[in-house]
Design a protein around this ligand. Structure first.
Ligand code: SAH
Length: 859
């Protein structure tokens, strides 16, 4: 039993969880009663009600959320009595409903007893069983009560007898996956071989013989599967053709499935369960299958707000890259995607997976519920053109309690403990206790990038923290970054604080050309949030579709407070109109049903090479881009041609940011300040000369403006002839002072340290030039720098470069690559340099890449 030990306590999320408990759960309870669900569970049919075979699942999810809520409620709290009452009543109802053979389902007990287990394809009995089991697990975990779990285990054994490979058993599997997920979760808690076999059977059997089980089921109930098409609640056909078993992910078995298809909730629940089974079995072929389909979903079906499934007819996936704006994108499908990401993260750490989980959580799922917790979106188009409003209830009301159970159990997604490692996937504060450890996270995210982690362990444990996407600093010396996680080696932790700080940047996202709807459009993101612009956010009268946004639009941030709900609003000017963007989740709260856009027209239809650098990225996976790695596109000849053609001036070497801008001065001030801070690490003992090398020196700007002042002798390296000529003029005063050393008119790739200078350099300065080398060449250049530096930790390498926000970016202007902070750290490590300090350059104009200084010593 975990009781209250595990719970979120967070600047952003705590109020969300409170709203769910105070407003959502009582409102859901009201509807469960009003619609007759509560009565049916007590085996009574409420007058005027129309019972449905999935009703038990709504009560189950409600009960599950109530149980998880008890983590946050103490005796004496206002909600305490109600919640305990509802929990006890629901538990009693379910236990009383159980039949002698173990069977539990209110509809098929009260309304249609003849048809128990007769239509596994459509009747949701196994789906309901899964949800009831999840409620029982929650009750056991938080309240320590085994009663409901034992009751459900009896039901599972009945299912175990009914389904399997042997004669007399049904060789089938649920029409709506969920039981798989629930059993997987149970097995994580209490292993039972029979249930493990059941789980394995219903997962691996799925899709056998092109879904022949569903054919058999149809024939048994007197239906010809070759002409049958199911209808939705309003009688509209759900499938485009008979036997569309892809709808159930039952066209092929899991290992042979290549595409994400069909009903999106079913698909994600299924994959999450397959991953759990794969983790339990250590089955690589299953893991490969899940990873392949996860990739398919993320690359071809994921909306920017974390929704999936564009087609309303079958509540699921359209063709690859069909990301139409007026989409279905059901809240529950995003909840399912979060389940899937979580189960993958229990197997392998991968920032992309954690980021997808974050995207769905902070956008689609959070937006699925109103600020007051009382109304919900079922489907979530990414435009407000249809005027959709959140509603307090639906005839098929899966989403409200699904969000409620996710939010009240959020701590399960923040961190996981696998093997000897404690991993943190979301920057959400709280206490997270596991076997032999306690973890406390304090976080200012998403308002600020500051997270502190306090860890106590009994045994040695490693720690893995999802690395921020951009630059960050952490107060630990010894770490590695692998797959986007900061890895700290195993040790015993005693109240040690780990602090992680990072910038949260606004980014402009470009729509991938493969996605018709997003072509030529841009969107705005800030931290985990996708932003949208509603009509009420525009000062003036202009249609949303007429507005154009530029890639280098600049925003001002304002902290807004709405219903105790703080968020940053981003204000900018578009086509002369003042526009206020707000996070997607906030849209439709003040003005329900109002029109909004996430994607706005891109004003720069043609990339303008004169325009300042901007930070934007292609969110949707772009195959062409992927095939060719950014650094493989570098061409030395193109680079030299470019640099030979620009003026041999500060303006020329700084790409237009010359002396009439603040850049050169800010740069020199930033560099001197950085060196001043590092004074003690740059000590040059007597007997050594302060010999420096200015790499990719251009016209010698850095040596002229500052390096020579701190050096005894200055060497420079620069391959471009006109620059070298200009350099000799610029450096006259340096020559006069006797400090000018050798000038090497070659590229970094050709340079190796002169014999007589090996082990003699005190400082090697690489600025705004290492992007000219591909990764491998750069590592090998830095290895040669190591040899050139004075030994014993005296010599230092400084690298000062632009930082790409998300991934390396190739720039064809000067045939160079802009690298991410993570990539730099990786390359430093590979060249056997240790990072001893890093700082961000301050005071650069908006719209430029951030610039970072790194101070490195040979290891
Ligand atoms: N570091 C200087 C110049 C930056 S401009 C400053 O900050 O003022 C980039 C410089 O890198 C140019 O001078 C260009 O000629 C040089 N460069 C281009 N390719 C290079 C290579 N392969 N090796 C070394 N320098 C290179």
């Amino acid at each position: 039993m975990e009781g209250k030990k595990n719970r979120v306590d967070d600047t952003f999320w705590s109020s969300r969880i409170q709203v769910i408990m105070k407003n959502a759960l009582p409102s859901i309870f009201h509807f469960l009663q009003e619609t007759g669900r509560w009565d049916l569970m007590k085996m009574k049919i409420k007058e005027g009600s129309k019972p449905h075979y999935f009703w038990d699942s709504d009560i189950a999810k409600f009960l599950e959320a109530l149980c998880y809520s008890m983590r946050y409620i103490d005796e004496g709290d206002e909600l305490y009595l109600d919640f305990i009452l509802w929990i006890n009543e629901a538990t009693k109802m379910i236990i009383n409903l159980q039949q002698a053979d173990g069977y539990i389902n209110s509809y098929f007990t009260v309304v249609d007893p003849e048809n128990k287990f007769k239509n596994i394809t459509e009747n949701h009995e196994l789906y309901c069983a899964g949800h009831l089991l999840e409620a029982a697990i929650a009750r056991y975990l938080v309240l320590g009560e085994l009663d409901l779990l034992q009751c459900l285990e009896r039901y599972l054994l009945l299912i175990y007898e009914k389904f399997g490979p042997y004669e007399g058993q049904m060789h089938g599997y649920p029409g709506h996956q969920e039981l798989e997920l629930a059993i997987g979760r149970l097995l994580d808690l209490r292993f039972d071989e029979r249930l493990f076999n059941l789980l394995q059977y219903i997962i691996e059997q799925r899709g056998f013989g092109n879904g022949e089980f569903f054919d058999e089921q149809a024939w048994l109930r007197g239906v010809d599967p070759n002409i049958y098409i199911p209808g939705d609640s309003e009688g509209r056909p759900v499938w485009p053709a008979p036997r569309s078993y892809w709808y159930y992910q039952a066209e092929t078995q899991i290992r042979d499935t290549k595409e994400a298809k069909g009903h999106a909730v079913r698909q994600t629940y299924y994959l999450a369960a397959v991953q759990i089974l794969a983790n339990l079995k250590k089955d690589d072929s299953l893991k490969v299958a899940v990873t392949r389909l996860w990739r398919e979903i993320v690359d071809k079906h994921l909306y920017i707000h974390g929704g999936i499934g564009s087609v309303g007819q079958w509540e699921g996936f359209g063709k690859p890259y069909d990301l139409r704006w007026d989409c279905y994108s059901e809240t529950c499908a995003s909840v399912g995607l979060i389940f899937l990401c979580q189960s993958i993260l229990k197997d392998r750490l991968d920032r992309e997976v954690a980021d997808v989980m974050e995207r769905s959580l902070y956008n689609n799922v959070l937006g699925g519920v109103s600020l007051d917790g009382k109304s919900y979106f079922y489907d979530q188009p990414i435009t407000g053109s249809k005027g959709l409003k959140r509603q307090s209830w639906f005839s098929c009301s899966c989403c409200p309690p699904n969000v409620a159970r996710l939010f009240t159990n959020l701590q399960d997604y923040v961190s996981t403990a696998v093997d000897n490692f404690i991993a943190i996937h979301l920057y959400i504060g709280g206490t997270y206790e596991g076997r032999n450890y306690s973890l406390k996270i304090q976080s200012k995210y998403p308002y600020e990038g500051e997270v502190s982690i306090d860890l106590n362990t009994v045994q040695e444990k490693g720690v893995a923290i999802k690395a921020p996407k951009g630059a960050y600093s952490i107060n630990v010396d010894d770490y590695q970054e692998i797959n986007g996680y900061i890895i700290l080696a195993p040790r015993v932790w005693n109240d040690q604080d780990i602090t992680l700080s990072f910038e949260i940047d606004i980014s402009i996202v470009q729509g991938s050309g493969k996605i018709e709807a997003n072509k030529g459009h841009l969107a705005v993101e800030f931290g985990p949030f996708v932003y949208g612009l509603a009509l009420s956010g525009i000062e003036g009268d202009v249609p949303l579709d007429a507005l154009k946004m530029s890639r280098n639009v600049s925003f001002e941030k304002f902290l807004e407070n709405e219903d105790d709900y703080f968020f940053w609003a981003l204000v900018c000017e578009l086509d002369g109109y003042k526009c206020k963007f707000v996070p997607y989740f906030f849209l439709g709260n003040e003005h329900p049903g109002e029109d909004f856009r996430i994607w706005l027209k891109d004003s720069d239809t043609q990339k303008d090479s004169e325009a300042p650098e901007y930070s934007f990225r292609v969110l949707e996976h772009d195959d062409e881009h992927q095939e060719e790695k950014p650094d493989s596109q570098i061409n030395y000849g193109d680079a030299i041609n470019y640099w030979s053609a620009v003026p041999a001036s500060v303006d020329g070497v700084l790409g237009g940011f010359g002396e009439r801008t603040s850049v050169p001065k800010a740069d020199i001030v930033g560099s001197s300040t950085f060196l001043r801070k590092l004074r003690s690490r740059l000590d040059c003992p007597s007997g050594y000369e302060k010999l420096t090398l200015d790499v990719g020196a251009g016209i010698g700007r850095i040596t002229r403006d500052f390096l020579w002042k701190v050096s005894d002798s200055c060497d420079l390296l620069e391959p471009v002839k006109p620059f070298v000529q200009q350099m000799t003029k610029q450096l006259e005063p340096v020559r006069a002072s006797g400090k000018l050393g050798d000038i090497y008119e070659i590229g970094m790739q050709e340079w190796s340290c002169a014999e007589n200078k090996i082990g003699r350099y005190w400082l090697i300065w690489c600025q705004w030039c290492v992007g000219q080398l591909p990764d491998e060449e750069l590592v090998s250049f830095w290895m040669r720098c190591r040899k050139a530096l004075i030994g014993n930790g005296i010599g230092t390498l400084i690298v000062k470069e632009n930082i790409a926000p998300v991934e390396d970016i190739f720039d064809d202007t000067d045939s160079s690559v802009t690298r991410t902070d993570a990539k730099f750290r990786d390359l430093f490590a590979r060249a056997h340099f240790k990072l001893i300090a890093t700082d961000k350059q301050k005071g650069l104009p908006k719209g430029l890449y951030p610039v970072r200084m790194y101070c490195l010593k040979p290891t």
